[in-house]
Design a protein around this ligand. Structure first.
Ligand code: IPE
Ligand code: IPE
Ligand code: MG
Length: 247
């Protein structure tokens, strides 16, 4: 998409401040399918394609970290047929990523409670992470069975155990220690969180990390989300005045 500044002069993304870390709540697959009279699973298939395109685009424009919300700790409430279809899509993507990404620069990570996944999926998760860990490109965090509250609960348990074992003192507990005890350890907090589908809520996404994230709620369903929508969010982000509690 051609981008224009307020004087109607053409400019490129190189001219604006880009977020270092983007989070995306990939929402609206079900509504997209419903609108077309298709089963919800067709929406997830289309959404998976959008994910492939947008992840590639973010990497191409130089985004350093991208975290995508693919499946929440609450999404298990959905009908088994739908959950099974989503898990099948994960599996396909992970198999494809291993071979297609061989000469790629993207570092693939999974955030969320992976202990619930069957051994074959766990193997694919670990292989993707292992094969890509030494690359130097964008870090792609795929949030699968991820819940912000669950993540904080797990961090609290780890810290409590360390205190109990005498490895930590209560006075050592601070915000940095919590940041270092969650899935995104060592990564910057998201600067921008995009939620397509028009819903104004976090739905348990990156609760700790999003303390000062800029939100961009967009009225487009995820399967219809194009690089132009991302550009729009980036332009909007560049105009925001981030104060972090200051003036
Ligand atoms: C997001 O799309 C995908 C997952 C939560 C797995 P939805 O399936 O939530 O789509 P809507 O919100 O029902 O349209
Ligand atoms: C959030 O969307 C989870 C993902 C996109 C993976 P949901 O569709 O689950 O959120 P709610 O239920 O509308 O809050
Ligand atoms: Mg939804």
């Amino acid at each position: 998409m051609a981008l224009f500044n307020k004087n109607k002069e053409k400019f490129s993304l190189n001219d604006i401040i880009l977020p270092e870390h983007i989070g995306i709540i990939m929402d609206g697959n079900g509504r997209w399918a419903k609108k077309r009279g298709l089963p919800r699973t067709a929406g997830h298939t289309a959404g998976a394609q959008t994910f492939r395109r947008i992840a590639r685009y973010c990497s191409d424009i130089g985004i350093k970290y991208l975290t995508v919300y693919a499946f929440s700790t609450e999404n298990w409430k959905r009908p088994k047929e739908e959950v099974d279809a989503i898990m099948k899509l994960f599996k396909e993507y992970m198999i494809e990523a291993i071979s297609d990404f061989q000469d790629d620069s993207i570092v693939v990570k999974f955030i969320g409670d992976r202990t619930v996944f069957p051994p074959d999926m766990l193997e694919l998760i670990e292989k993707n992470e292992q094969d890509s860990k030494d690359r130097d490109g964008m870090v792609l965090n795929i949030a699968m069975n991820y819940g912000g509250r669950d993540e904080i609960v797990n961090a609290v348990k780890t810290i409590a155990q360390d205190v109990k074992d005498g490895k930590l003192d209560v006075s050592d507990i601070n915000a940095q220690l919590i940041s270092d005890s969650i899935y995104t350890k060592g990564q910057p907090d998201p600067d921008l969180i995009i939620r397509p589908s028009g819903e104004y809520r976090t739905s348990n996404f990156l609760l700790w990390q999003s303390a000062y994230s800029e939100y961009c709620i967009m009225d487009v369903l995820w399967p219809d989300f194009k690089s132009e929508h991302l550009d729009k969010a980036l332009i909007e982000y560049a105009k925001r005045n981030r104060r972090f509690g200051g003036i």
